[in-house]
Design a protein around this ligand. Structure first.
Ligand SMILES: C[S@@+](CC[C@H](N)C(=O)[O-])C[C@H]1O[C@@H](n2cnc3c(N)ncnc32)[C@H](O)[C@@H]1O
Length: 264
């Protein structure tokens, strides 16, 4: 038997997400840019909306919307994240079952597209359409935050295992097409208690975008400026969790970093 739907999102969140760090980073960089903290967040490809629920806990002036096409993660988020909010926090947070390409009435300070979700747009035209919609949806002093990964290992067919207390998380690069940059990735989980391997719990059919292309498309979509970041090193060959603005970095096997595109 496969993993129950709720279990699949619980394991995903525990293996992949650390939205607290993302929120701290957004607060810090937005303040540096605009001299004030952002209030209204739109979480695109929000899945369970864990980050949006964390956002409204930051203060009474904070609002959030989480947009996703899929009922399953939204249901998990409502039962596990939204349900744990106070009445005031609940009033300021909303799940939207919808498409990130659509126009919405609210105008946020910040839009995020994390965990590389925009890699589903495989052509420049499709990605430009999405970025243009994001640009149009933001306040006049607003920011769009994205993450991106790369490195010499990013296009290699390999399975990378990470041990957690209850399970092993397996990131599987199954295929890579050098003519199109199309990549097929899977997430598998090995659960320790029953020693079962759950294959292809999540599938990602993506185009592996590069940072300079993303920057160019953001500028073509009407953003004024794109800041790129790089992670500091901990001295033992890993990142230290501190991301700083730079246009220059040394190559490495595997990296994950942020971009911030501003409307002003
Ligand atoms: C990789 S998950 C990201 C989940 C979460 N935001 C995170 O950071 O881990 C991608 C999510 O995007 C959603 N999605 C894909 N295309 C979408 C679209 N056009 N509009 C809204 N959501 C979409 C999927 O249903 C899925 O839940």
């Amino acid at each position: 038997m496969g993993l129950a739907v709720a279990e699949k999102y619980r394991l995903y969140e525990s293996a992949v997400q650390c939205f607290e760090n993302d929120i701290n980073f957004i607060n810090q960089e937005f303040k540096k840019e605009f001299g004030k903290l952002p209030k209204f967040l739109r979480e695109d490809f929000g899945g369970t909306g864990a980050m949006a629920c964390g956002w409204v806990k930051q203060g009474k002036d904070r609002q959030a919307r989480a947009i996703d096409l899929d009922d399953d993660p939204i249901k998990y988020g409502i039962e596990n994240h939204y349900a744990a909010l106070t009445t005031s926090e609940k009033r300021r947070m909303e799940y939207i079952k919808g498409n990130v390409l659509d126009q919405y009435e609210f105008v946020p300070d910040v839009i995020v597209a994390f965990n590389f979700s925009y890699f589903i747009f495989k052509s420049r035209k499709a990605l430009l359409e999405y970025f243009t919609q994001v640009r149009k949806s933001l306040k006049s002093d607003g920011a769009f935050f994205l993450d991106i990964f790369g490195g010499t290992e990013a296009r290699q067919l390999l399975e990378e295992e990470t041990e957690h207390e209850e399970f092993t998380y397996i990131w599987d690069c199954d295929s890579y097409n050098p003519l199109t940059d199309d990549c097929l990735y899977y997430i598998h989980f090995k659960t320790h208690a029953d020693k079962k391997l759950h294959k292809k719990v999540f599938t990602y059919d993506w185009r592996m975008w590069g940072l300079p292309e993303i920057t160019d498309i953001l500028i073509d979509a009407g953003f004024s400026k794109v800041e790129t970041y790089w992670e500091g090193e901990d001295g033992k060959g890993s990142g230290d969790g501190n991301f700083y603005r730079t246009k220059n970095a040394g190559n490495c096997e595997s990296w994950v970093t942020y971009l911030m595109a501003t409307t002003k």
